[in-house]
Write a protein that binds this ligand. Structure first.
Ligand code: DC
Length: 235
């Protein structure tokens, strides 16, 4: 209980905030900054699927074999630690793999891993366990629809294919990969199609999510809009 003018008041609620949208729409950046601004925990669920894809690739596990992948996930610890500026550090079985999760190899494999219902239900369980404490910002594809249908605030971020491909090109360049823009746009479009058309938890805007198009807007403007919306729900 907090005291306001001598009267007992309930403490402000620590929100559960969901971000969904296609690759390159700006979810991770905006979700991370939202968490930083509100002093919340940030959870990038895509990083969990990427970590499993990385482990499967490294160990030569067949990415099309749900049983093998499930067994692998069962003995896999994925930890996300909040670094400086809320930048996530990802640990796979205790080893930091943050810089290995966005390579073209992982990009090309992760949709396969994320397609399997057994993998998804285990990931969803782990994600819900984190959200239980409140004060969490989570981003992914199925957060507002499946993982946290009762989230306090939901956002669906989108942007044109060209803008999304350009952003991914910049990210990859920073990692030392030169990738052709048209090829990147084709890859993203393919991954969007896989994510949106899969039978289990496809990428879809929740009915109660706020739609934000980030094609033209800078990060600051998007963040301001998001925070304005969140503050309506805080106290
Ligand atoms: O957001 P990202 O690009 O890091 O996501 C990587 C892949 O994981 C992408 O193919 C979609 C999938 N994913 C998912 O199916 N569900 C989530 N909650 C998060 C990511």
């Amino acid at each position: 209980m907090a005291l306001l003018n001598g009267r007992a008041t309930m403490p402000c609620k620590r929100l559960v905030i969901a971000f969904d949208g296609p690759a390159g729409a700006g979810k991770s950046t905006v979700a991370r900054l939202t968490a930083k601004e509100l002093g919340y925990l940030y959870l990038d669920t895509g990083a969990m699927y990427r970590a499993l894809a990385l482990k499967a690739l490294t160990q030569g596990v067949d990415l099309r074999d749900q049983e093998q992948l499930s067994a692998l996930l069962g003995k896999t610890a994925i930890e996300l630690e909040q670094g400086r500026d809320h930048v996530l550090r990802v640990y796979l079985d205790g080893r930091e793999v943050s810089d290995l999760l966005r390579t073209p190899e992982v990009n090309a494999s992760v949709s396969l891993v994320a397609e399997f219902p057994d993998i998804r239900s285990e990931m969803v369980m782990r994600q819900r366990a984190v959200a239980k404490r409140g004060g969490v910002v989570m981003d992914g594809r199925d957060i507002g629809t499946v993982v946290l249908p009762d989230a306090d605030v939901k956002f669906f971020l989108t942007a044109s294919l060209r803008a999304r491909a350009q952003r991914r090109q910049i990210d990859l360049k920073a990692l030392g990969y030169e990738v052709d823009l048209a090829q990147l746009a084709a890859d993203i479009e393919h991954r969007d199609a896989l994510d949106s058309s899969r039978a289990h938890s496809p990428l879809r805007q929740a009915d109660d999510a706020v739609l934000v198009d980030t094609t033209e807007a800078g990060v600051e403007a998007v963040l301001e809009r998001i925070l304005r919306e969140c503050r309506k729900h805080v106290c």
